[in-house]
Design a protein around this ligand. Structure first.
Ligand SMILES: [Zn+2]
Length: 416
C-alpha cells in the first residue's frame, strides 16, 4: 500500500477548514428575542398562589356567615369577590399555558437544530472514515515512518497532530451535541407535562367558578323575596355614592396632570348598545312617570343581559377600577372614568372589568361587561355622571336619545 502524502495534505487542509467552519457555526445556539424565561412563568405562578390564598380567605369568611339568612347580601358579595379571584386565576393560568406553548415551540426548535448539527457532524465523520478506507490503512504511524528526513518528520508530526486533533474535535462535538439533544428532549417533556398540569388546574378553577356562580344565583333568588334587604341595599348604595364623591375628587386631584392630556368630546355616548335603552330606575330628583314620586337613586339603572359590553361614555382616564371595598362594595365591580372637562362617569355592578386604574380610554371603548355584582339582584348597568364632583341626572345628558322607562310591567317613553 502506498501512502500519498500530498493527497493526505490536501485533504487535511480541507478538513481543517471544514472543522473551523463547523466550530464557528455549529455549536452556537442563538436564543431568539421572544425567548420565554422560567422567571416569567415563576412570576405568574406566584401571582396564582396569591389568588389561591385570597380565595381560601374569602371561603373562611363565607363559612362564618353562611347559615345567617340576614347576611345574604354579604354572602353574595364574598362569593363575587371569590368569583373575581377565580376569574383572575383562570386568566393567569391561561397566560401560563401560553408561555408553556411558546417554551415548547422554542425547545422543539432548539432540539431540531441540535439534531441537524449532530447529523452534519456525523456525516463529516463518516466522510472522513470513508476517505481513510479509500486511501487504504493510513495510520498515523505510517505517516511518521514515511518521513524522508528529520525536517520531513517534524512536518509530518505536525500534520498527524492536526489529524488527531481534528478527529477528537469531531468526536467531542458529536458527544456534546448528543448530550444537548438529551437535555433538550428532557426540557421539552417537562414543559409539556407542566402545561398539562396547568390545563388540569384551569379546569378545576372553571368548575369552582360555575359552582360559585350557581350559589350567587341562589342567593339572588333568596334576596329578591326580602323587602327589608332590598331597602337596605338602596340605602347602602347611597352610602357608596357619597363615599365615591370624595374618592373621585381626591383621585382627580392626584391624576390631574394625566387627565388634562385627554381631550374630552362635547357630548356623552350612551354606555350600552342601542338595544338597551330602557331604564328600570331613574335618578333621584326625577319624578316617577307612573307614581309621580321622586326616588332616592344616585344614578340610572339600565337592565341588560349578562356580559353585555359597556362603553366609555367619553374619552378620559380610568381613576378607579376595583371590586368595591368598605362602603363602596355595594357597587360590586365598578369603574370610574374622569374626563378633562370636569365631568366623570361611573359604571357599577359589572360582571367583569376590562380596564385598569391609570389607563387612558377613548369614547366608545369597551371598559367592562354587565353583571349583578355588589348590592344588586339582577343584571343591569348602574350609571352615574358627576359634574365637578357632584352627581347629576344622567338622562339630561342624552338629549337626542330615545329612552324608555319600565316599572311594574308598564313601559313609557321618557320625556327629557
Ligand atoms: Zn342603580
Amino acid at each position: 500500500m502506498r501512502i500519498r502524502i500530498t493527497d493526505i495534505r490536501r485533504s487535511i487542509s480541507l478538513l481543517v477548514v471544514l472543522s473551523l467552519v463547523l466550530t464557528l457555526t455549529g455549536r452556537v445556539t442563538v436564543m431568539p428575542a421572544w425567548a420565554v424565561t422560567q422567571a416569567e412563568i415563576d412570576g405568574l405562578k406566584e401571582e396564582a398562589a396569591d389568588l389561591d390564598s385570597q380565595r381560601a380567605q374569602l371561603q373562611q369568611q363565607l363559612k362564618a356567615i353562611q347559615s345567617d339568612k340576614s347576611k345574604a347580601l354579604e354572602q353574595k358579595s364574598l362569593l363575587e369577590r371569590q368569583i373575581s379571584a377565580t376569574q383572575a386565576e383562570i386568566d393567569n393560568i391561561q397566560s401560563q399555558i401560553q408561555k408553556y406553548k411558546e417554551l415548547i415551540a422554542q425547545k422543539q426548535e432548539e432540539l431540531a437544530q441540535a439534531e441537524e448539527q449532530e447529523r452534519q457532524q456525523h456525516e463529516l465523520f463518516c466522510q472522513r472514515v470513508r476517505y481513510m478506507e479509500e486511501e487504504g490503512e493510513v495510520s498515523y504511524w505510517s505517516i511518521l515512518f514515511s518521513s524522508k528526513d528529520f525536517a520531513d518528520l517534524l512536518d509530518n508530526f505536525t500534520m498527524v497532530e492536526e489529524i488527531i486533533d481534528y478527529d477528537n474535535s469531531i468526536m467531542e462535538s458529536i458527544l456534546a451535541l448528543q448530550q444537548q439533544i438529551a437535555a433538550d428532549k428532557e426540557a421539552l417533556e417537562t414543559a409539556k407535562s407542566e402545561q398539562e398540569a396547568a390545563k388540569a388546574k384551569q379546569e378545576r378553577a372553571r368548575a369552582d367558578l360555575k359552582e360559585q356562580e350557581a350559589q350567587v344565583d341562589a342567593l339572588i333568588e333568596e334576596i329578591s323575596g326580602q323587602e327589608d334587604q332590598l331597602e337596605a341595599a338602596e340605602a347602602q348604595l347611597r352610602a357608596a355614592a357619597d363615599a365615591a364623591d370624595a374618592e373621585i375628587r381626591r383621585l382627580e386631584k392626584e391624576m390631574a396632570a394625566q387627565i388634562s392630556t385627554v381631550v374630552s368630546e362635547s357630548g356623552f355616548q350612551w354606555p350600552l348598545s342601542s338595544n338597551w335603552s330602557t331604564l328600570s330606575s331613574l335618578y333621584g330628583s326625577r319624578k316617577d312617570p307612573f307614581t309621580g314620586k321622586p326616588g332616592n337613586h344616585t344614578g340610572i339603572d339600565v337592565p341588560a343581559s349578562k356580559n353585555t359590553e359597556i362603553y366609555a361614555a367619553k374619552s378620559g382616564v380610568v381613576t378607579t377600577s376595583v371590586y368595591g371595598s368598605g362602603s363602596s362594595w355595594s357597587y360590586g365591580n365598578y369603574v370610574v372614568i374622569s374626563h378633562s372637562d370636569g365631568t366623570s362617569t361611573l359604571y357599577a355592578h359589572m360582571n367583569k372589568r376590562a380596564v385598569a386604574k391609570g389607563e387612558t380610554v377613548t369614547q366608545g371603548q369597551v371598559i367592562g361587561y354587565v353583571g349583578t355584582t355588589g348590592r344588586s339582584t339582577g343584571n343591569h348597568l348602574h350609571f352615574e355622571i358627576r359634574v365637578n364632583g357632584s352627581r347629576v341626572d344622567p338622562v339630561d345628558y342624552f338629549p337626542d336619545r330615545t329612552l324608555y322607562y319600565r316599572s311594574g310591567g308598564k313601559s313609557v317613553l321618557l320625556e327629557h
